[in-house]
Design a protein around this ligand. Sequence first.
Ligand SMILES: [Fe+2]
Ligand SMILES: [Fe+2]
Length: 376
Amino acid sequence: MSDREIEEPLEELEVLEELEEIEEIEELEAAAESGEFEESSTHESPLLSSTFLRDLARSYEKNPAPLAIMDRELDFIYQNPGFRLLARDYRYNSSSSFPAIFTRCFAADELRKITADLMDPATSYTWKATISHKTMDTPVKVTHLLVQPLWPVEEASRSPTAYSVLLDDVTAENRESLRGTFSSLLEASKLKDNDTGLHIERVNLYSALLTQRLYLDPRWPEVDVDFVEDIGFLAAMHDVGKIGTRDDVLNKAGPLSASEWDEMKEHTINGAYILSSYPNPMAKQIALSHHEWWNGSGYPYTLVGADIPLAARIVTIADVYDALRMKRSYKAAFTHEDSMTEIAEGKGIHFDAELVDVFLTIEAGFEEIFETNADR
Ligand SMILES: [Fe+2]
Ligand SMILES: [Fe+2]
């Protein structure tokens, strides 16, 4: 979900002006704030005297999917409970106009096209789209939107008298198919990587834990419910680029030569390339920047401070903590206390100082995750 859908785009104003509805919408919004529209979203339209439309509205009433009916001016004449719930959860304004309600889901030119298409026999008076619904504290919901013409039998009209509006929630299937693809990729990369066992699952858990604390803190406004959910899945992807690193470099027991080290570092760029098709930029940010250090001494691009994406700064702490705790061929396992001290000493040097402070308030949670998910 992009910021574009959270913030109201400037184009919205243009559209509203075109529709000459600003005053009306302000009145409606004020009414909504005062709770006037809590229960009723159906305005009395003469169209509802049509038996066909009345029966259709009745059949929509018990359907859990968001469904509505609007007139040819694209004003809603009926919204079922599922539709009203969606509008409330995602804080759409309480206007009765389709373009005004969904204005933040579409660019201005798309909204103009909807209006044109719904009047056009060439498109069968139909409109299809996929919309993401989003607020700071509600998880993203992805719906297919279908607007279809209705031709009440009583009306001998050459153009539709009304339209049905159907919203089909496809969030779960979208997420499942996307995650399925990337989980397979992760399984393939695990076959190569010498970070065995549950390391990547633990990095997911630490990252989610740290991020949950940030969600509660206004200093990190970019952390919303989706950020927490996404990082808990995507942190594991940090080393997926190692799938492109030669085995003899990846598994070399002794120190790496300069050229081998250069090749090793490329796993960040390879990972970003592999994950570039993932729709959420967080995946790419984590793969690319999880070895950047706060003071600019990391790789691949020696980014400094807040130029390193927040998700990557979080995963860096999670990844380093777990790497310290693990026994490697070249080092013994650190205790929790020693790992904690190591991270505290890297505050403002390797790690974002504010994140280290948060880490130090929840370090016991890190220890618990390591102990309960220890490699067997
Ligand atoms: Fe890495
Ligand atoms: Fe790692």
